[in-house]
Design a protein around this ligand. Structure first.
Ligand code: URA
Length: 241
């Protein structure tokens, strides 16, 4: 780990940049570039950067190691990399798909309309504050026009989500929507089949449910999410020994 950090520092001192293309202008930490991205970079640096992130001992270290990430093409369109927010020791963690426009602008997950619905689920439904839980996404940068994240983008970012889960070590994960559920459970089954029953992610109880953005389009299914959330509440209260 130390050797790796020294190696990277010495490369930087030697003028070999970890981020050779599309660097953000001064004062803007993570603004887009001219269309080039990490795939143009020597693969040794990609591996080294990922290894640094995976060796992080805290969320802050992980965030620092992710830095001005250029591992996939989403970096070119982002305003902010949206890492995650909340209690680093939370018992309950929510995982969404990826930042939308509001999240990209503010650098915080779930702050737009879907985010307001998630906040209502947390505060009015579960009776916790947003800052009592931890919230993250599968991909950390906004897909253009809010399209679905592509397989290579999920693959590039997934190790960071897994490391976040590893560091927070929640008792329960609520996976919101297809991408979170399929990524964490490595399943191709539809969310409609998976939701509502308990699954396990590395020993952590995982409840799949519909994404809040889906609920905005299909409000009739809010009752199904409420059924799922009631199971989460019972579990948090230790009512299911
Ligand atoms: N949708 C998501 O999946 N994540 C966000 O942060 C916002 C909307």
């Amino acid at each position: 780990m130390v050797a790796l950090r020294r190696h990277l520092q010495s490369r930087q001192r030697a003028g070999i940049r970890l981020v050779p293309v599309g660097e953000a202008p001064a004062g803007k930490s993570s603004v887009g570039n001219d269309g080039e991205h990490a795939l143009t970079r020597p693969s040794g640096d990609l591996v080294a950067e990922k290894a640094l992130a995976i060796n992080a001992q805290t969320l802050d270290e992980l965030l620092a190691a992710i830095g001005d990430c250029r591992l996939c093409k989403l970096c070119s369109g982002r305003t902010h990399l949206v890492f995650g927010v909340g209690d680093p020791n939370a018992r309950l963690m929510f995982v969404g798909e990826g930042p939308g426009r509001d999240e990209d602008l503010q650098g915080e997950p779930f702050v737009g309309r879907a985010g307001q619905l998630l906040t209502d689920i947390i505060t009015k439904g579960i009776g916790l504050r947003r800052e009592d839980v931890y919230i993250a996404n599968v991909v950390k940068c906004r897909p253009p026009e809010n399209r679905n994240p592509e397989a290579d983008e999920v693959a590039a970012c997934e190790p960071f989500l897994k490391k976040q889960i590893d560091l927070v070590r929640p008792e329960i994960i609520v996976a919101l929507g297809k991408f979170a559920v399929q990524t964490l459970l490595q399943s191709k089954a539809p969310i409609s089949k998976l939701r509502g029953s308990w699954h396990r992610y590395h020993g952590i109880k995982l409840m799949p449910t519909f994404h809040p953005a889906y609920l905005l389009r299909n409000p009739a299914d809010k009752k199904l999410v409420w059924q799922d959330i009631k199971k989460v509440i019972s579990e948090l209260r230790g009512e299911n020994p």
